[in-house]
Design a protein around this ligand. Structure first.
Ligand code: GRF
Length: 214
């Protein structure tokens, strides 16, 4: 049976699009069964509708606390009985309750080579630090923000004259490759998190996960 994937978004949804495209391939081991946004005007909702995937909006502004918002979010997500929950540009900090509820089946994509540059403005920070390499990480989500164990990282060279925007574009090309890759591994039951470490095909991965170079 195909792995049921719920995708959470807040914006453009280009990573969602990469997942929808991968799910549309013949023999894809997963299907996107729901897309949930905290913003009603997120373009990703249009992408989902065009792919025939049910969408819903849970607006954080309608809730008085993070806890009540996250419980409403869980209720909405669980309607589609997902095997995996994928954060794809979902710009809310999640509560420990939420993270525990989806323990081992919640993944995120973060535009840096974690553990470097947790949080925002990663491309700008990498350029300011004079890094020669930057990149993106798909990781399991744990209670530490951007701190869960990496599954796969794509390393992207920093080029002379790069701006945060140019670098972000080059990184996004890799995002759209490694996110469907990680979801496919999970769907094929090749990927697990145990004791904050990641196993792929029964082998413990190094702390940075699988690394690919652009
Ligand atoms: C991506 O850059 C991702 O790394 C970060 O948020 C952005 C989402 O972009 N977590 P999109 O909405 O998938 O286009």
């Amino acid at each position: 049976m195909s792995c049921r994937v719920a995708v959470l978004i807040s914006g453009s949804g280009s990573n969602l699009q990469a997942l929808l495209d991968a799910a549309a391939q013949e023999d894809a081991p997963f299907s996107v069964t729901a897309v949930v946004s905290n913003k009603a005007d997120a373009y990703g909702l249009t992408r989902a509708e065009q792919a025939g995937v049910p969408t819903s909006v849970v607006n954080h502004r309608d809730y008085s606390s993070r806890e009540t918002f996250d419980h409403a979010l869980i209720e909405e997500i669980d309607k589609c009985k997902p095997d995996l929950v994928v954060l794809a540009g979902f710009m809310r900090i999640l509560t420990p309750d939420f993270v525990r509820h989806y323990n081992g089946r919640l993944i995120n994509i973060h535009p840096s080579l974690l553990p470097k540059y947790q949080g925002l403005h990663t491309h700008k920070r990498a350029l300011e630090a004079g890094d020669k390499e930057h990149g993106v990480t798909v990781h399991f989500v744990t209670e530490e923000l951007d701190g869960g164990p990496p599954i796969v990282q794509a390393i992207v060279p920093v080029k002379e004259g790069d701006t945060p925007e140019l670098l972000a574009k080059r990184v996004q090309v890799q995002e759209h490759i490694i996110y469907p890759m990680a979801v496919t591994w999970f769907a094929q039951q090749r990927l697990q998190m145990a004791d904050d470490r990641v196993q792929l095909d029964g082998e413990l991965l190094p702390h940075h996960g699988v690394q690919v170079s652009a």
